[in-house]
Design a protein around this ligand. Structure first.
Ligand SMILES: NC(=O)c1ccc[n+]([C@@H]2O[C@H](COP(=O)([O-])OP(=O)(O)OC[C@H]3O[C@@H](n4cnc5c(N)ncnc54)[C@H](O)[C@@H]3O)[C@@H](O)[C@H]2O)c1
Length: 383
C-alpha cells in the first residue's frame, strides 16, 4: 500500500493491457507496481511505456509486498489457472472475461476466494460506465414501465482482420458468444435481473480463418467454436430476450440493444462501450394511418427522445477501481465474481442448449449490483 492507495499488478501484457494501464496509472486511488507476462519482454515494454516501476513474471508480481489486487488479462484458457494462483498467494483478483472456460473452474474460484476471504472481480466493467448506469437508473425509475423483452444484436466479420493474435478468439472460451456475449449477458442481468433458461442454435460458417494484420498476416488457423449463435432467453422475472452473436456477417452491426416495457422502448448504449446516449420511444396509441405513414420497418430515429448521457471519464479499469475502494470501505464491489459466474453459467447453458437442441436452465442466480452514485468520477479520490 502506498499511502492509502491500493497497490496493483497486471498479469498479461497483450492487446488490452494498454487501455487498462492508461487508466490505472492515472486513477488517484490505485498504484500499479508490476506488469507481468509469460513473455518477459512484453511485460518490460508495457511497463516502460506506461511508467510502471516493476516488470517480470507472475511470481515477481505476487512477491511484491505492495500488490493487493492482481488484474488477470491473460487469454481465456489461462484465466482460471492464473486467478487461482493469485488467490492462493493471498491477493485479490480482477479477471478479464470470461471468469473461466468451464463452470467447474469458475465455481472453484468463487469457493477459493470465499475460503481465503479475498475479492474476486470479473469483467466487463462497461456495466459501470455512464451509459449502462444511466440505463439501469432509467429502468429502475419506471421509465419504460415493467420491462417485458429485449432484442440484442452483435454481428461482424470477426476480429482476425485487426487482432495480431486472434487464435484464442476462435478457441474454447472464444467465438462471438464467449468473447462478446459477456458484455450483453452482464448488461441484461444488470437491467433485467438473472437469467432463468435459454434455448439456442449455433453453427460455424468455415473451419478456418486467416490472420489479417501484424507479423503473422496470411497465416491460417482453425475455428474450434461456433461463429454464429442465436439465443432465446427467459429471465427470472418472466421477461424474454432474443440475441444474435455472430462473426459470420459481412455487415458490422454491434451494440444494438432495445428493451421494451409496458410504457415504452429504451435503446441502450453498446454494452461493449462505456457511454452512449439512451433513446426512448414512449408507448402511444397508434392509428392505422400512423402505421402506414411510417413507411419503413420502424419509426425514424428522429421520432425517439434522446436522453443524453455524460461522456465517459474512464474506461477499462473502472471495475478494479470500484473493487479497490470497496475493499477499503468494507462493502461489496459491483462487477463481482458472482456476476461473472452467472454470465459463465449462461454461456455454458447456451452452448449446451445449442448442442442438445433443448431448453437449458441457468442454475445460478445473482443480485444486480447497486448503481454507482450519480456523478461518480474515477478521478475523484475516495480513499
Ligand atoms: N483485445 C481486446 O480488444 C480485448 C477487449 C476486451 C477484453 N479483452 C480480454 O482481455 C484478455 C486478453 O486479451 P488480449 O487481446 O489482450 O490478448 P493477447 O493475446 O493480446 O494478450 C494476452 C497476454 O497474456 C499472456 N499470457 C497468456 N497466458 C499467460 C499465463 N499463463 N501467464 C502469464 N501471461 C500469460 C500472453 O503472453 C499475452 O501477452 C482476454 O480475456 C480478452 O477476452 C480483450
Amino acid at each position: 500500500m502506498t499511502g492509502d492507495r491500493v497497490g496493483l499488478a497486471i498479469v498479461g501484457a497483450g492487446a488490452i493491457s494498454d487501455e487498462y494501464l492508461e487508466n490505472l496509472t492515472r486513477f488517484p486511488d490505485v498504484s500499479v507496481h508490476v506488469v507481468a507476462d509469460a513473455l518477459p519482454d512484453r511485460a518490460r515494454s508495457q511497463a516502460k511505456k506506461h511508467g510502471v516501476p516493476g516488470w517480470g513474471t507472475i511470481d515477481d508480481a505476487l512477491a511484491h509486498p505492495d500488490v493487493e489486487i492482481v488484474a488477470n488479462l491473460t487469454i481465456p484458457a489461462a484465466h482460471a489457472e492464473v486467478s487461482a494462483a493469485i488467490l492462493r498467494a493471498g491477493r485479490h483478483v480482477w479477471t478479464e472475461k470470461p471468469l473461466a472456460v468451464d463452470l467447474a473452474s469458475g465455481a472453484e474460484l468463487l469457493e477459493l476466494a470465499t475460503r481465503r476471504g479475498l475479492r474476486l472481480g470479473c469483467a466487463p466493467d462497461t456495466i459501470l460506465g455512464p451509459g449502462l448506469q444511466a440505463a439501469q437508473r432509467a429502468i429502475a425509475s419506471g421509465l419504460i414501465g415493467e420491462p417485458l423483452s429485449a432484442i440484442t444484436l452483435m454481428q461482424d466479420p470477426g476480429p482476425e482482420s485487426w487482432h495480431p493474435n486472434p487464435e484464442f478468439l476462435y478457441a474454447k472460451g472464444g467465438g462471438p458468444l464467449w468473447d462478446r456475449g459477456p458484455y450483453y449477458l452482464a448488461m441484461l442481468t444488470l437491467l433485467l435481473g438473472p437469467l432463468r433458461s435459454v434455448t439456442a442454435v449455433a453453427r460455424s460458417a468455415s473451419a478456418q480463418r486467416t490472420i489479417g494484420d501484424g507479423s503473422r498476416a496470411g497465416t491460417a488457423f482453425p475455428v474450434e467454436v461456433p461463429t454464429h449463435v442465436g439465443v432465446m432467453t427467459e429471465f427470472a422475472t418472466g421477461a424474454l430476450a432474443q440475441s444474435v452473436y455472430s462473426f459470420d456477417s459481412a455487415l458490422p452491426r454491434n451494440g444494438f440493444v432495445e428493451i421494451s416495457g409496458t410504457e415504452g422502448t429504451l435503446a441502450v448504449p453498446d454494452p461493449n462501450q462505456f457511454t452512449g446516449d439512451l433513446l426512448l420511444f414512449p408507448a402511444r396509441r397508434w392509428t392505422v394511418d400512423d402505421l402506414i405513414a411510417i413507411g419503413g420497418v420502424e419509426p425514424a430515429r428522429s421520432e425517439w427522445t434522446v436522453l443524453p448521457t455524460p461522456p465517459s471519464t474512464a474506461k477499462r479499469g473502472t471495475g478494479i477501481l470500484d473493487m479497490a475502494s470497496s475493499i477499503r470501505a468494507g462493502v461489496a464491489h459491483r462487477a463481482s465474481g458472482e456476476l461473472g459466474y452467472h454470465v459463465l453459467d449462461a454461456l455454458t447453458a447456451i452452448d449446451h442448449a445449442a448442442t442438445s437442441r433443448s431448453c437449458v436452465e441457468v442454475q445460478s442466480t445473482v443480485e444486480s449490483p447497486e448503481a454507482l452514485p450519480d456523478g461518480w468520477d474515477p478521478y475523484d479520490t475516495a480513499l
